[in-house]
Design a protein. Structure first.
Length: 88
């Protein structure tokens, strides 16, 4: 009986651990929102961010990196387009 209880406890703990890590994983869209609000280290928010994006001083890759996400060109372009749409 102890073995069954321990096994169930271990499975429950593993499921909780996986659920908690996925709950904190950002999407590129969420990263764009955090960048816009100035909530990412090294990325200015609001109007400053818009100017930096236009001048090329900040890119989608910079934002993904600051958010701790995997950097790829598709997501970087998506982040930049989301932020440009907010500017319009």
């Amino acid at each position: 009986m102890k073995l069954i209880t321990r096994t169930v406890s271990a499975i429950a703990f593993s499921a909780t651990l996986l659920a908690s890590t996925s709950a904190f994983a950002l999407t590129p869209f969420q990263a764009a929102g955090q960048a816009y609000r100035g909530q990412l280290d090294g990325i200015s928010g609001y109007g400053t961010l818009q100017g930096q994006l236009r001048s090329g001083n900040v890119t989608g890759e910079n934002i993904l990196e600051a958010a701790g996400l995997e950097v790829n060109s598709y997501d970087a372009n998506f982040v930049e387009s989301v932020l440009r749409d907010r500017d319009d």
